[in-house]
Write a new protein. Structure first.
Length: 207
């Protein structure tokens, strides 16, 4: 009877230990998920702030965009039609480009919505960074509208050209060059695109 009692106590202890371990693991996973969610909300993502040439700062949270003077005072606020889903970009003419699920918006230095250009819903494969618009020297914008398609939006909001990539770009944003070209990293290569949307060159990112 004594041996049976000890055996029963040992089994009970093992079951309790497993239960405690499971509870501990569940708590850790819950905390990790909560922390991850907090870090990936639009308010905490990088790129939601840009500085204009006049030294004013523009910040966006959700749909709300506001400009701050160099002394920190609020100059203006504007409510966009949709939430911003990508980093902002500042054009040479001080327009701020903001991308939503269905459009690219241009807001001028005075807080007026200059135009909106319709865009297709972005692919889920595109990262937050890859969705960012690139502001070119002529104050137009280039965006990835899919993993293989780049689109140029002129300074007046009209569609100017579309370029097709031979491989998918999912993680890196389009980058603007001072000479009007754009570059993008895709599929282990870097591609150069001319100011009129033609693929100029490609180079491997590996040796």
């Amino acid at each position: 009877m004594t041996n049976l009692t000890r055996s029963g106590k040992a089994a009970l202890w093992r079951r309790a230990s497993v239960y405690i371990l499971r509870c501990w693991m569940l708590t850790c996973l819950t905390l990790a998920a909560t922390t991850c969610q907090q870090q990936t909300t639009p308010q905490n993502r990088p790129g939601n702030v840009v500085v204009l040439r006049n030294s004013n700062t523009v910040v966006v949270v959700g749909k709300q965009m506001k400009a701050l003077a160099p002394d920190g005072s609020v100059l203006w606020t504007v409510s966009l039609p949709e939430e911003v889903i990508a980093p902002l970009a500042s054009a040479p003419n001080s327009n701020v480009f903001a991308r939503s699920q269905s459009a690219l918006y241009a807001v001028n230095h005075a807080g007026k919505l200059q135009w909106s250009a319709e865009l297709p819903a972005p692919s889920s494969a595109l990262s937050y960074e890859a969705l960012a618009p690139a502001a070119l020297a002529d104050s137009s914008a280039v965006v990835l509208v899919s993993t293989r398609e780049m689109r140029n939006i002129a300074a007046n909001g009209s569609k100017r050209w579309t370029a097709h990539l031979p491989v998918e770009a999912t993680q890196s944003p389009v980058l603007a060059c001072p000479n009007g070209q754009t570059v993008v990293r895709a599929g282990g290569k870097i591609f150069g695109v001319s100011p009129d949307g033609k693929l100029l060159w490609e180079s491997s990112t590996t040796q």
